[in-house]
Design a protein around this ligand. Structure first.
Ligand SMILES: Cc1ncc(COP(=O)(O)O)c(C=O)c1O
Length: 397
């Protein structure tokens, strides 16, 4: 029977529930098989010589990795998505793909710290020049473009401090000068920011976070538009990096519920951010959906929602020597929030963000920055936990 559904009109939760695999391809089972594989057999020498069949060797893809890549393409509107073992690999592989010795790149100053470390070590060692730029610069990045600028890297909101970048303006400048635009889009996911529609060429995700959603798997995804896919895939093959079938399956499983989870993370995070805004002991709340946040207008223009990660700046007082003590008192008083890195899982986490690497987007001057990952617990319980932690920090005088 021919079905006439126009999938292009599907809402994002319908796409999440159905994209990526057709149950009829595998005996009607709802989920795709987890194909553990290296070798794929060919029926005869001619097929082998021409590599003339869909699958040839597991590094090039399996039914499991295809199901995940196709689901992500349906969300991103991308021509193809590569799967790599971590979010950090999803940053480093596209950079290696599009940069060579003698090239220059623009890197946003509020970037995830390990991305910066990669630029300042491996990329510099192979002769790539990196200029950090102010996350609040839009079209003005033009002043930093050089004849050899090949990549403009963005991350919006910025890590820990949540600066919102003017992605369409930056993309236009980059494209006018022939540079490729990459974006670490982990915070928003394609549900809240469809990066390729705003001019980004390569959308990068730590699938470890919201797509996984349960703090039990690491994976990275890079989705490319048609012009840039071949080069991205070629580099992935040259380096021999691919995600495992079990991890790919777990991420596809996570995607099915990501819409409802993200909505709850976002709702609780915003409620808590609003409650903390102006509370004694809290100097500032860094959350793009708060109307008094500097990037709010841009966020409202471009994003469809806010996820569950934001920061608060504690009121540190005049004596900076006490700030670490306050940050630790805050962390040690928490009972529900765990102390741990990463985010996007079902459980709440808190971390003291150091920000000492910044050269332009300097750290807040009022006190220590505490990054909060709001999980799926009841927000009233989380708020109470945070109130106790703020009281403990206030007691350090
Ligand atoms: C913005 C951002 N990008 C990338 C990553 C790296 O992801 P992974 O932990 O999967 O390597 C992280 C991890 O915290 C992150 O916060």
């Amino acid at each position: 029977m021919t079905k006439k559904t126009d999938k292009s009109n599907w809402g994002s939760n319908t796409v999440l529930a159905h994209a990526g695999n057709n149950p009829q391809d595998y005996f009607g089972f709802v989920n795709p098989p987890v194909v553990h594989a290296s070798t794929v057999l060919f029926p005869d020498s001619a097929t082998m010589a021409g590599r003339n069949q869909k699958y040839t060797y597991a590094i090039h893809g399996t039914p499991t990795s295809d199901a995940l890549s196709e689901a992500v393409d349906a969300l991103e509107g991308s021509a193809g998505t590569i799967i790599v073992p971590s979010g950090l690999a999803a940053v480093t592989i596209p950079l290696l793909a599009f940069l060579k010795t003698g090239d220059h790149m623009l890197m946003v100053d509020s970037v995830y710290h390990p991305t910066r470390r990669f630029c300042d070590t491996m990329l510099r060692d192979i002769g790539i020049e990196v200029t950090y730029y102010d996350p609040l610069m839009g079209a003005d990045v033009k002043s930093l473009i050089q004849t050899n600028t090949r990549v403009v890297f963005t991350e919006s909101p910025g890590s820990n401090t949540f600066e919102i970048q003017d992605i369409p303006a930056i993309s236009k400048v980059a494209h006018d000068h022939g540079a490729v635009v990459m974006m670490d889009n982990t915070w928003a996911t394609p549900l809240y920011f469809k990066a390729l529609d705003f001019g980004v060429d390569l959308s990068i995700h730590a699938a470890t976070k919201y797509p996984g959603g349960h703090s039990d798997v690491m994976l990275g995804l890079v989705s490319a538009n048609a012009q840039n896919l071949a080069r991205l895939k070629e580099t992935q093959m040259l380096l021999g990096v691919c995600g495992s079938p079990d991890d790919s399956y777990q991420i596809l499983r996570g995607l099915r519920t990501m819409g409802v989870r993200l909505e709850q993370h976002g709702k609780s995070a915003l409620e808590i951010a609003q409650a903390l805004n102006g509370m004694p002991g809290v100097a500032r709340v860094l959350h793009p959906a708060l109307p008094d946040f500097p990037g709010h207008a841009l966020w409202k223009r471009d994003f469809k929602g806010s996820s569950g990660l934001f920061s608060i700046v504690l009121d540190g007082g005049p004596d900076q020597a006490k700030w670490v003590g306050k940050a630790h008192a805050f962390l040690d008083a928490l009972e529900i929030f765990g102390l741990g890195y990463s985010w996007g899982g079902y459980e709440s986490l808190a971390v003291h963000a150091h920000l000492d690497d910044r050269t332009i987007a300097k750290k807040p001057s009022e006190g220590p920055v505490m990054r909060l990952q709001i999980g799926l617990e009841d927000s009233a319980d989380l708020l109470q936990d945070l109130r106790g932690a703020i009281t403990a920090a206030n007691e350090i005088t």
